[in-house]
Design a binder for this molecule. Structure first.
Ligand code: GLA
Length: 674
């Protein structure tokens, strides 16, 4: 991965998806004029252009794209050139009907939408390789092209394919993974329910079955599906690399992605890029945004990353698509910037008049340039220009939150002790606590070297390998502070319960195991007493077997009445905390007091809703402050607000909804991790 995604651009990148094929040529001229007015310097083009680029099989038409790229270049706008593999044309599926995705119930997807090609199809794989090669050969040295954008959001709208070719690939994948059928039978525990296999060809896809599918099989199916997607990415990436020098990316969806293990994906791209959309039902969607941004930076291993898509206002694919409030787009963009993004891009430049996304907001809305949205787009462009020197600076965190897509997949398998305990909800609750305490976090994989962090939080680590358990044990022994949420350390990589019982891999770090789960009936609540305080809890209780840990909190009532709920364990030079129930972000506050004290972390109190993140540069630090609240807020800081040019001498005042990017003295000499 390169630290600088777009060395060809001197500052931060600003722009969006540009789909000019929807518009007559004269609109393009107006578009580039408006782009210049808005400070746009990068646009993503060609992502859905296959039908225009190859109107008939083997017959290419690049004239319009030549014209477009020349026009962009003449106007000082760079291009992130897409490969159109997410949307093969109608002729392709007519010619190769077996290249369509087959759903679980046997339904074969029809044409008329997007993203319906089977990743196992040899014809599809051949066609995307040819298209990527043609594009790379033609545009390798085009001065507008600074980046390649392969495909679009791998894994949506469909990832799994249950067709015959996918099943044949699946059988090969399994042979490669297990080598012998004994290996597969043992990993999947096929001795139960009489599932033993004695021929690879008998291993079908986990499609429609009378009751639940073997969970280990389903977990492998998910790994296989993800691998198939990544293979397709590599086909295009390598075809481009053979001819073109520009960096190559694809757009992830961080915490909103389910099918792609981004720890693996991030190793394949030259620069990490993410798409993020606010979730309308969430009143505090900016916290979900921060989580996604931190996760994206973390899979990028701290390197600057690109926000390739977000929205200027409403999206159109949720049940109730709320419009952004005045200034909200700017706050969203600045939060991404603060958390390491060096590019702020949108879907899409000009609102579509026709088609599926005509009610989706855009940089140029249907109302035109005399609109709040366009005025805010112009203002944001100016801000990013003023803040150009932030480019390349890094966020440094003392706290890591463990995140593992394999654990997410396993957690979501059927027949768990309680449907109410959800991976994403738990991740959000713990993250929200840290966000509200103004503690900046990285995310980490459970097997990563964690020794540089003062505190490691594992909100939900249902699947935890023995190696990860040892890693966490070593981390605590070496002086770290670990906080683990309930239903963690339960199964290994095959969704098999660990020998030694629930929580066995965490026994050293936490000084306990779990004897039995005691989940609550739907809607029931209970209390936990911690240091004389009664905390509300729900969903989950359990019977802990102490093996050295001290009880800090106790279930007052509910199925675990009188049993330990929250524990603390000293192990080597460090401490392992455990929370054996579901506490909300608010209730977690009481637990964090002790955890922060053990970790030597002193959270800074800011006004409610004030988000403050620091990016560390070579010569200066940049403090990005975003006031999500309605009230005025103050921040103690000295420096220059790059957005206004104002000198800040000790106190920055931020009105409700306002933002600032303050260049301040570097904290490097303080000896912090960097
Ligand atoms: C996704 C896609 C875009 C567009 C947006 C709309 O992110 O990548 O093509 O459909 O959603 O929000």
């Amino acid at each position: 991965m390169t630290a600088d995604a777009f060395p060809a651009l001197s500052g931060l990148a600003y722009g969006g998806d540009y789909n000019p094929e929807q518009w007559p040529r004269e609109v393009w001229d107006e578009d580039v004029r408006l782009m210049r007015e808005a400070g746009v310097n990068l646009v993503s083009v060609g992502i859905f252009s296959w039908a225009l680029l190859e109107p008939k099989e083997g017959l290419y038409d690049f004239a319009w794209l030549d014209d477009l790229l020349d026009l962009l270049h003449a106007n000082g706008i760079a291009a992130d050139l897409g490969t159109p593999s997410v949307s093969p044309p109608a002729w392709f599926f007519h010619q190769y009907p077996e290249s369509r995705v087959t759903l679980k119930d046997g339904t074969v997807m029809g044409f008329g939408s997007r993203g319906m090609a089977s990743h196992a199809s040899t014809e599809y794989r051949g066609a995307i390789e040819r298209m990527a090669t043609e594009l790379a050969k033609r545009y390798a040295s085009h001065p507008a092209v600074v980046l390649w954008h392969v495909h679009n959001e791998y894994g949506v709208p469909v990832a799994e394919d249950f067709g015959p070719r996918a099943v044949a690939s699946w059988q090969r994948w399994l042979q490669n993974r297990y080598e012998t059928l004994d290996g597969l039978n043992s990993a999947w525990g096929t001795a139960f329910w009489g599932q033993r296999y004695d021929d690879w060809e008998h291993v079908v896809a986990p499609a429609a079955t009378p009751t639940i599918v073997n969970p280990a099989m389903k977990l492998d199916w998910q790994r296989f599906t993800d691998d198939q997607l990544r293979e397709c990415f590599r086909i295009e990436r390598d075809a481009i690399r053979a001819h073109a020098p520009q960096p190559i990316t694809t757009n992830f969806m961080a915490h909103q992605s389910w099918n792609t293990d981004l720890w693996k994906w991030a190793q394949e791209v030259d620069v990490v890029a993410d798409d993020h959309y606010l979730w309308s039902p969430d009143e505090d969607a900016h916290i979900g945004l921060a989580l996604s941004a931190d996760l994206t930076r973390s899979v990028a291993r701290g390197n600057p990353w690109m926000l390739l898509e977000h929205s200027t206002s409403a999206v159109n694919w949720q049940g109730r698509n709320t419009a952004k409030r005045p200034g909200e787009m700017r706050r969203n963009a600045l939060s991404h910037l603060g958390r390491g993004a060096d590019a702020i891009m949108f879907f899409q430049w000009r609102a579509s008049r026709s088609g599926a996304e005509k009610f989706h907001s855009a940089m140029v809305p249907h109302a035109g340039t005399e609109s709040r949205v366009f005025r805010e787009v112009v203002q944001l462009g100016a801000h990013l220009k003023d803040a150009a020197e932030v480019k390349g600076s890094r966020v440094v965190a003392d706290v890591a939150v463990l995140y593992d897509w394999e654990s997410l997949w396993a957690h979501d398998l059927e027949w768990r002790p309680s449907d109410d305990l959800q991976f994403r909800e738990r991740m959000r609750a713990y993250y929200e606590r840290l966000w509200r305490d103004n503690v900046t976090v990285d995310f980490a994989h459970p097997e990563d070297d964690l020794s540089g962090y003062r505190l490691v939080v594992a909100p939900t680590s249902y699947l935890l390998t023995a190696a990860a358990g040892e890693n966490l044990g070593r981390y605590v022994e070496g002086g770290g502070t670990l906080l683990v949420g309930c239903f963690s350390g339960i199964v290994d990589e095959n969704d098999a319960v660990h020998a030694g019982g629930f929580g066995a891999p965490l026994k050293d770090a936490l000084g306990l195991t779990i004897e039995e789960f005691l989940p609550l009936r739907e809607g029931r609540t209970m209390s936990v007493e911690l240091d004389g305080e009664q905390l509300g809890a729900d969903v989950w209780a359990e019977q802990i077997t102490l093996a050295g840990a001290h009880v800090r909190g106790t279930f007052v009532d509910g199925p675990g009445a009188g049993l330990p709920a929250i524990t603390r364990h000293e192990h080597g030079a460090g401490t392992g905390w455990y929370v054996g129930t579901r506490l909300s972000a608010a209730e977690l506050s009481a637990v964090m007091t002790g955890v922060y004290a053990d970790a030597g972390i002193a959270p800074v109190a800011h006004a409610e809703g004030l988000e403050v993140v620091t990016r560390r540069g070579d010569a200066h630090d940049f403090v990005i402050a975003v006031n999500h609240g309605d009230g005025d807020a103050e921040l103690e800081i000295t420096g220059t607000d790059l957005l206004t040019g104002a000198a800040i001498d000790g106190t920055l005042g931020l009105a409700g909804g306002d933002v600032a990017v303050v260049r301040t003295a570097s904290a490097r000499q303080g000896g912090d991790r960097s």
